[in-house]
Design a protein around this ligand. Structure first.
Ligand code: SF4
Ligand code: SF4
Length: 328
């Protein structure tokens, strides 16, 4: 059965919400999962749009609070204190948005496909969640939407670290042809290939897996697993058995993520907003709308096929890639 994805603009967010059964959400405090942007990034969600969605939920007797987790890399969002400071800098305050803001460090382990993922306690304990996901490119996963908002954004920094470490390359000497492609695509210049020598500077390696994805000779394998596979699994750990409304902001589509201070340029014109109760369907619809205008634009800029997270997501039962787009 095809999942429904609603396609709307900023003035019809209330109308789009009317298509969901909100009864179970009413009179509950629910996490409004939102990446509030790293310091220096200019493409993160607009406070006026977030405010509109929050207001529309509050008008339906729902009590959302902005929610996000700390990150593994060294930046302001690495600590709760730093992230709270950043929420103020970016305008995500109670005074401005009209609801509480919570940043959480604690996690509860959930096993998916044989691996443990520490899900943020606030998500784990909530039966109902609203996910606001800004769709944009990403250095490791090609693009990021609803799956990434939970798969990386809904877990603790220890789990984030493990997911990245598991996507590091393991060199297979007998298969390497020393073509140099892995060194060319590595975004962190962590690999050097010279005549019959292959070297990696592990201190520079972020664990994005781009080198493994681009080696066509079997010269590299993942230390543990493809980051897009563990991303889909971690997303499932966060949302399985929960009632979630997914809202994708398909605008300001930059090459890089909102965690990247240097995420430019914008690589596709603005498209609009999508809503669904299926994270795989909404991300597939977002990607299709982008690729209708700019075919394979994320492969071009990030050297990664972002459809893998959708395929893996469908395989592990996170959602369905078959959808019907309804314009509101
Ligand atoms: S891309 Fe693969 S085959 Fe080419 S140098 Fe790197 S590891 Fe070797
Ligand atoms: S995993 Fe990413 S950062 Fe590490 S060597 Fe490969 S391409 Fe470079």
């Amino acid at each position: 059965m095809k999942k429904v994805v609603f396609f709307t603009d900023e003035n019809k967010i209330r109308e789009a919400l009317d298509n969901f059964n909100l009864k179970g959400f009413e009179n509950k405090k629910i996490p409004f999962k939102l990446h509030m942007g790293e310091k220096g990034n200019i493409y993160f969600p607009k406070t006026q749009t977030v405010k509109k969605v929050i207001k529309a939920l509050q008008e339906r007797k729902i009590e959302p609070f902005l929610f996000d987790t700390t990150v593994a890399y060294n930046a302001m969002r690495h600590t709760k204190e730093g992230y709270y400071e950043l929420t103020k800098m970016h305008g995500f305050t109670k005074e401005n948005i009209g609801c509480d803001v919570v940043i959480d460090d604690k996690g509860i382990p959930v096993k998916i496909e044989g691996r443990d993922y520490e899900v943020a306690e606030h998500l784990y304990k909530s039966s109902h969640i609203f996910a606001f996901s800004h769709v944009k490119g990403h250095i490791a996963t090609g693009f990021g939407g609803a799956i990434k908002n939970f798969g990386m954004g809904g877990v603790t920094k220890e789990t984030k670290r493990k997911m990245h470490h598991g996507s590091r390359p393991v060199f297979q000497k007998d298969k390497c042809t020393y073509c140099g492609v892995c060194g060319e695509v590595c975004p962190f210049n962590a690999i050097t290939v010279k005549e019959n020598t292959w070297n990696q500077n592990i201190n520079k390696c972020f664990g994005c897996g781009v080198c493994v994805e681009n080696c066509k000779n079997g010269g590299l394998s993942y230390k543990d697993a493809d980051i897009q596979f563990v991303l889909a699994c971690a997303a499932k750990a966060c949302v399985q058995d929960k009632n979630v409304i997914y809202f994708n902001d398909v605008n300001r589509i930059a090459r890089g993520c909102d965690c990247d201070p240097d995420a430019g340029p914008v690589i596709c014109p603005d498209i609009g907003y999508l809503m669904s109760d299926d994270p795989v369907a909404i991300d597939k619809a977002s990607l299709d709308l982008i690729y209708n205008i700019k075919p394979n634009v994320f492969e071009k800029y990030n050297h990664v096929n972002p459809k893998k997270q959708i395929i893996f997501g469908e395989e592990i039962g996170l959602g369905s890639s078959k959808y019907k787009l309804i314009e509101i």
